[in-house]
Design a protein around this ligand. Structure first.
Ligand code: ADP
Length: 846
């Protein structure tokens, strides 16, 4: 039984008890009130008996006065008798002497035995049921009684003379003789009344009255029977053989009782109402407590479910990320090799796909983060073109598979170096483009990228237009609702969850952006987003080309930012492939790597030798990463070893968790070679780090001298003397639009003298910050027009400036970098001039 039922039962029982006790109390009160009423009626009866006595005295007084007169004037006997009759015409007066000689109304002591007592000096009242009432008083002469003066009131006159009917309308009083005979009935006494008095209940009441009269002057008893509710009462009439009995209906007395009774009833009802209110309140409180409890339980269940979901997502993400790590690592290794162009193309596609897959995994996690309010917007520097390429590569394949024309228009003058959450932007664009593809059976999809710049903010606009099924006007409001899918009848074949737009909408909100939809049902839709992004580099995007992969035909040039041949790194991962990937990616840094596949092997390795950095997989069978770390930390001489967690789980709060556990940092799988080397650069002892200078064409085995590097660079770039500008390449960057390409070449030519002057000035003024920005711009514009050699030289130069500006660079390396910049500047500028000149001659481009 639940608490609510228990509570209800308790309240019902309480109500029942209150009801029972109410009845009991009511009974008690009624009894008490009746007792009180009996007392009050008894007192009234006493008054009545006094009244009755008074009646008799009223008739006795003239008799006694006459007797007094006669005792002095014996001769006035007849006059007195006459006078008495005059005064009380109903009473027949008479005088009797010892010899029983009577004068006036005759009388005999037989009829009235108490008459004798009058001869003994007593005033007497006697009754004869056949004759009536006799009032007699002695007439004394000296000490002797000579006569008795009396008056007889006949039976018929008694009620009129002695009845107490004028007492009140409800009280019926009878005067009884001591033998129980009815002496003076009340007026209108009928056989009905005889029957009433004969009723057993009344009789027993009267018996009780008489028994009480033995102790009291007057008594009253409450009776309740067939005749109804009554008080019967009685009292002896003093100095007579008469007594008074009577009754009054209970209701006549109940006037007072009722008012008390009503008050008690009212109080009791009030108590009941209060109790009912209290019960309802308690019940509600109990219900609300129960509900709160239910809610608490539900919340606990929801929390548990949410935890399970997070756990599931984390596990799933781990399961997918682990093989993905291997795929992307292996792929990176392929891209670092000299492989045929076709293979390189495939590898590049794998790279795009793994990036996209990783994004999708992250999106799944994102949804749970948005739901739980843990979504974070992480702003970083990014290149708009990179994001667009990634998006378009992924989406392009899908569009192609559906035979849809995919058109991309990117405003070439948009600044390329933006600051914002590139991952989220990519996610939003992919979502809108995927929807466009999904809901367009035939025709085209167009992505228009434009924007308005206000000071340092670019209000980036992306419009995705399709020629698809369109959206009905009435459905537009529901577009951004979670799990809402529209036009289900038509779309039931299309896969979807109804989450994409909801996530997009929320993400845009979080990034202060907006989204709007224009659609004509049956014709197509346009989804337009606007997103404010900070501009960090005003380099223009240039002519955007989907097919143009800048380094597509070139070995992925990967030069280690440092080497550390003496560094000892322990790689721990239960997955053999992951160990291989990590050690392969680290090869270029020449660090010494040892591999362990479990916590136990890790402990063994750590006991054997000292490591500068341990890359420790977080999730391992047996001893996991955390346990291994804790154990390892107990080893002697471990203080200087840095521990980096390798995790495939990247849910919100991971970083804090790892730091709290005692890791120095963490790397999220799949990690790139750069991620790994940057992490090592940060945690390896500085004295072990050697910074090689950029060596574009040679594998950086050891730090080469600047002179040698320059030589290598020039030989790599010059022979076998490829054309200075690769027009084919330039055209592809312009989506094969000749007019656009010509315009770009002209612009390049036109700007060159100013740019060269700027760079010369920056060099002369040692303004390395601006120099770096300008040479960086030259690097990308050179490639955009199709000049790889200038692009490469500018890139080398930029790297040298970066090395020079690097805070961690030791002075001798800074000097090397500076020498490199100085030596190569003129060279680069010369090349720039040559290329600009060539670009300025339109004949070349045909
Ligand atoms: P999903 O596509 O997974 O169903 P979304 O949240 O991305 O979920 O979209 C919600 C609904 O909006 C879709 O089910 C579809 O009915 C409608 N919709 C979205 N994009 C388009 C579009 N480009 N053309 C027509 N309908 C669309």
């Amino acid at each position: 039984m639940n608490n609510r039922k228990k509570m209800l039962l308790t309240i019902l029982m309480m109500l029942f008890l209150i009801f029972l006790s109410g009845i009991f109390i009511q009974q008690r009160i009624v009894n008490m009130l009746n007792k009180a009423a009996e007392h009050s009626v008894a007192r009234q009866t006493e008054d009545l008996s006094m009244l009755a006595g008074e009646r008799f005295r009223r008739f006795l007084t003239p008799l006694q006065t006459a007797a007094t007169h006669l005792s002095e004037h014996e001769e006035d006997k007849d006059d007195m008798l006459k006078m008495l009759v005059q005064q009380n015409p109903q009473g027949q007066a008479g005088l009797i002497d010892f010899q029983h000689h009577t004068r006036g109304r005759s009388v005999s002591s037989k009829s009235f035995p108490r008459l004798q007592l009058a001869f003994h000096g007593n005033t007497v009242i006697d009754y004869n049921p056949d004759i009536g009432i006799l009032l007699a008083t002695p007439v004394s002469y000296g000490d002797n009684v000579r006569y008795v003066l009396y008056q007889i009131y006949p039976i018929s006159m008694l009620p009129q003379l002695f009845a107490l009917s004028d007492y009140d309308a409800f009280t019926h009083v009878i005067i009884q003789y001591h033998d129980g005979t009815l002496a003076v009935p009340y007026e209108n006494y009928t056989t009905e009344d005889t029957r009433f008095w004969a009723d057993e209940t009344i009789q027993s009441g009267m018996r009780e009255v008489h028994s009480r009269l033995e102790r009291n002057k007057a008594a009253a008893v409450y009776t309740e029977g067939a005749e109804g509710k009554y008080f019967v009462f009685g009292a002896d009439l003093p100095q007579t053989d008469f007594s008074l009995i009577g009754y009054m209906p209970w209701s006549a007395v109940a006037g007072q009782i009722m008012s008390i009774y009503q008050r008690v009833f009212f109080l009791f009802a009030l108590m009941l109402i209060l109790f009912a209110c209290l019960s309802i309140y308690l019940l509600m409180a109990q219900t609300s407590v129960a509900e709160t409890e239910e809610l608490r339980q539900a919340r606990l269940a929801a929390d548990a479910a949410n935890l399970a979901k997070s756990q599931f997502l984390a596990n799933m993400s781990h399961e997918i990320r682990t093989p993905l790590n291997a795929i992307s690592g292996m792929n990176e290794m392929i891209l670092r090799q000299q492989v045929p162009g076709e293979v390189r193309q495939y590898a590049n596609n794998i790279k795009s796909a793994t990036t996209a897959l990783l994004t999708i995994i992250n999106e799944i996690l994102d949804f749970s983060k948005i739901e739980s309010g843990h979504m974070e917007i992480v702003d970083t520097d990014y290149q708009l073109t990179n994001v667009l390429r990634e998006v378009c590569t992924l989406v392009g394949v899908r569009a192609q598979a559906k035979s849809l024309l995919f058109k991309i228009h990117v405003d070439p003058y948009l600044p390329n170096g933006l600051y914002g959450d590139a991952g989220r932007l990519r996610q939003i664009l992919i979502n809108l483009l995927n929807n466009a593809i999904k809901y367009t059976p035939s025709g085209s999809i167009t992505l228009d990228i434009s924007g308005q710049r206000k000071e340092n903010t670019l209000y980036l606009q992306a419009a995705v237009t399709d020629t698809g099924i369109g959206i009905r006007e009435e459905d537009k409001d529901r577009l951004f609702h979670v799990f809402e899918r529209l036009d289900i009848k038509r779309n039931c074949q299309i896969e979807g969850t109804g989450l994409g737009l909801a996530i997009t909408y929320r993400l845009l909100n979080m990034m202060h952006g907006s989204i709007k939809v224009d659609s004509t049902y049956g014709e197509g839709s346009v989804f337009t987003i606007e997103l404010p992004q900070e501009v960090h580099s005003f380099d223009p995007v240039g002519v955007f080309s989907l097919s143009a992969q800048p380094d597509l035909d070139k070995v992925l040039e990967h030069q280690a930012s440092f080497i550390a041949p003496d560094a000892q790194v322990l790689i721990v991962d239960d997955n053999e492939m992951n160990c291989f990937v990590a050690s392969s990616l680290l090869k270029e840094t020449q660090v010494q790597t040892v591999i362990a596949h479990s916590g136990a092997e890790t402990m063994e390795a750590l006991q054997k030798q000292r490591f500068h950095v341990v890359l420790l997989d977080y999730m391992m069978p047996g001893m996991d990463g955390v346990e291994t770390l804790h154990k390892a930390k107990e080893l002697p001489n471990i203080g200087s070893t840095r521990f980096i967690a390798l995790t495939a789980t990247a849910i919100s709060g991971s970083r804090e968790k790892f730091l709290m556990e005692g890791f120095d940092n963490y790397l999220s799988k799949p990690m790139t070679g750069d991620d790994l080397t940057n992490m090592l650069l940060r945690y390896l002892p500085q004295e072990l780090i050697q910074h090689p200078l950029p060596a574009p064409a040679a594998a950086p085995i050891a730090a080469p001298s600047p002179a040698k590097t320059a030589e290598q660079a020039s030989t790599t770039v010059a022979p076998p003397a490829p054309p200075l500008i690769d027009y084919k390449l330039g055209l592809t960057y312009c989506n094969n639009m000749q007019a656009v390409y010509d315009k770009i070449l002209a612009m390049f030519n036109k700007q060159s003298s100013d740019k060269i002057a700027q760079l010369d000035n920056d060099l002369a003024a040692a303004n390395w910050k601006d120099y770096r920005i300008n040479i960086h711009a030259l690097k990308s514009t050179a490639l955009t027009i199709g000049c790889r050699s200038l692009n490469q030289k500018a890139k080398d130069q930029e790297q040298a400036v970066k090395d020079y500006l690097a805070e961690t660079a030791p002075p001798d390396q800074q000097q090397q970098a500076m020498d490199y910049i100085q030596q190569h500047h003129a060279n680069v500028m010369d090349l720039y001039r040559q290329v600009a000149e060539l670009a300025g001659s339109p004949a070349q481009t045909g």
